[in-house]
Design a protein around this ligand. Sequence first.
Ligand SMILES: [Zn+2]
Length: 443
Amino acid sequence: MTVFILPKIQDKRRCAPGGWASMILRAYIECPACEAPVILRVGVARERQPFAVACPVCQSTIRGETIEADDGLPRFHLPGIKKLPPELPDADWKVVTTYGDLPNNPESGEFSAFLSAYQTFGDGPFQTYLQHVATVRWFGERVDALEHAYGFYLREKWDLLDSVMTRHFAEVWPDKPSALDRHTLIHRLLYMLVLAMDPKGMYPAAKYETWSRSFKKHAEFSECAHSIISQPDFNATRRRVFEQFIGLLRNYTEWMPTLAVTHLRAREKPIPEGWRVPLGRIDSLRDAYRQNFEVSCQMLPLIIRLQNIAEGRAPDVIRTPGITGEWEPRALQTKDYVNNINQYIKAKAATKEAYLNRHRLLRCYWNSAFSRDVRNSIAHAEFDYVMHDGIVTYKSRKVPYYVFIEALIKQVTLLAFWLDLCKLYAIYGSRWDAQNGKFMGLN
Ligand SMILES: [Zn+2]
């Protein structure tokens, strides 16, 4: 197997203190809703950066974007918004600040979001954090190539896959990749992205827990995987998971500011009071949340089958009717027990989740990514975002908007986890000799 190390990803121009990251654009404007004079301050981090802030006087949403002008410097693009002369007599200016890639504190006046985050993290951890931000951008900027490559991978167009990977990810792609390389290297590349987004290491912990179920049962697993990957459903679900994943990566600027919160939590540091993250498009993020949950549920039977095999049952058998004491999650009532995969697939979401009881770490990971209350509130259109407070409300609960995005970031990594799991099935399934009923080994 080929081993590779991803080249150190650096993005000096936009990350170094003194570069764009600390550049604040300022505009004197009239609030398009209440006509109050407002000083708009936006920390610029990218070529093109849409933003939305709440008017400090009337709390209406003011939208605009920053763009890169011909001279290479950032400028405001504020269609429909009237600019005011800075020296306007008797104006009672109110200041509003936002920042593209970092949380900011709207109460903090002139203070820079960059310096605030720097002080919150501390010097060393902040540099590490910027490195993770650069990694996410590195992937975000290559999202099309990744989408093409993965499309070829799913359709097993190996020559085309090699060609795209060599053109865009030469650092990780060998000249003559083996069949196993093609399965593993593309997922190892995705894992580099996960590393930047999962500082608690929930993915690798859950991966070890799940993968270890196939230890010592290679032949049984290979036979089961062979029948699974031959079903058209397998590739359809896999594609669905990938589309969710790549869609969220394409819109990485919507969730990336919250990455600072994710990393602070992993360091067990408190999130500064008043921290807000720039708003993403709440409608599409809400839809993504829901879809992520549904496709994740469609992946669960793969986990259950592995567990059945590990416990010595046929892959589709969960429990023998009439016999008690087999796989019966304590969280369920007797009437909700399922006997086989077919019943499991038709069961309601809460029942499906209860069968993660033999995967403690995966269950933890799952719970950190999906909240039943949030999910139900979205499904019933009871999930609201309040712009001027920076909070979301659901089920009479109020949480900072970034709590919602934190879960979404976990979901992105969980989608990568499912792709990895499908890969395991694809590799083992392709090594089953159906004619002779034999596992051919992995090499
Ligand atoms: Zn206003």
